[in-house]
Design a protein around this ligand. Structure first.
Ligand SMILES: [Zn+2]
Length: 288
């Protein structure tokens, strides 16, 4: 036990001294309260300090993410939040005004994903949820879901081709369950934000999680998940926890989870920006 602890500590110290590998953070929030403490530029500075060249960011309301995106369109992948107010988190599945709002926002052309949506199993047949799935399919945008396993099953009955990011490795982050879902649904990706303690209890990577990452190296992504302003204040140490267990994986697998998988998922975003810069147009991405 003590040996495992010292090994974990050693790995932490060692990883601090290595040149930091670039991270693609796939789960950030930049919401109204955060703007009272961190300007968009301060957020970019924090990302720089932590060697995070790219990040997928959502926020409530979405206008703050929009500002951040327009400050750094080549770095920020903007995700459209379904919440205009924090209270929407528990009521959105019944909100009839949501779909017209999302349709209007999506026409702006720069949103690269929809979410984070919080949804429990008992709401999985909600009409609004099914309309969100239809919108994501129409615009070919990934959905970031914080949900029970049954929601994933229902979604893939309706839209087998949709790319879904299952936040926090699901409500029940059991490696067996995660493995089962990854096998069943080839378009499912997992973000392991907020699961550092399970992945690496006491700093040392758990064997079962290690096995899972090695078995599915192209299906996992990392993220700090700045769900509160306090989390932004602790950003550096949160990144440190992620880097600690990443450093215990084989180098290539670590790189895939740290960066490549998210870059692959959002590669059209980068292409779009390159086109935009060269042609100086602000064309919308049309749904296909
Ligand atoms: Zn989140």
């Amino acid at each position: 036990m003590l040996l495992r602890f010292y090994f974990g500590l050693l790995v932490s110290l060692f990883s601090l001294h290595l040149a930091a590998q670039p991270l693609f953070d796939s789960h950030l929030h930049y919401s109204a309260e955060d703007t009272q403490h961190f300007t968009p530029q301060a957020i970019l500075n924090l990302l720089d300090k932590n060697s995070i060249p790219y990040a997928a960011v959502t926020g409530t309301p979405s206008e703050h993410v929009s500002k951040l995106y327009h400050l750094a369109p080549n770095r920020v992948v903007p995700l459209l939040s379904t919440y205009r107010h924090h209270a929407d988190k528990s009521t959105w599945t019944k909100d009839k005004t949501l779909i017209p709002y999302l349709e209007k926002e999506l026409k702006r052309g720069y949103w690269r994903g929809i979410g984070e949506l919080h949804i429990f199993a008992h709401d999985r047949h909600s009409k609004v949820f099914h309309q969100v799935i239809a919108l994501a399919s129409k615009w070919q945008l990934p959905l970031l879901l914080h949900c029970d396993p049954a929601v994933i099953d229902t979604l893939y009955e309706i839209a087998p081709k949709l790319q879904v990011i299952w936040a926090h490795a699901g409500t029940y982050p059991y490696p067996d369950l995660v493995s089962n879902y990854l096998q069943r649904y080839p378009n499912l990706l997992i973000d392991v934000s907020m699961r550092d303690e399970r992945i690496a209890p006491g700093g040392m990577i758990n064997d079962i999680w290690y096995e899972l990452f090695v078995t599915y190296p192209n299906r996992f992504m990392i993220g700090v998940d700045t769900y509160s302003t306090a989390r932004w204040h602790r950003f550096n140490s949160a990144v440190g926890h992620i880097r600690n267990w990443l450093a215990q994986l084989p180098k290539e697998i670590s790189r895939q989870i740290a960066f490549v998988n998210a870059a692959e998922l959002y590669k059209n975003h980068q292409k779009l920006n390159t086109n935009k810069v060269s042609s100086k147009t602000t064309q919308s991405r049309s749904p296909s």
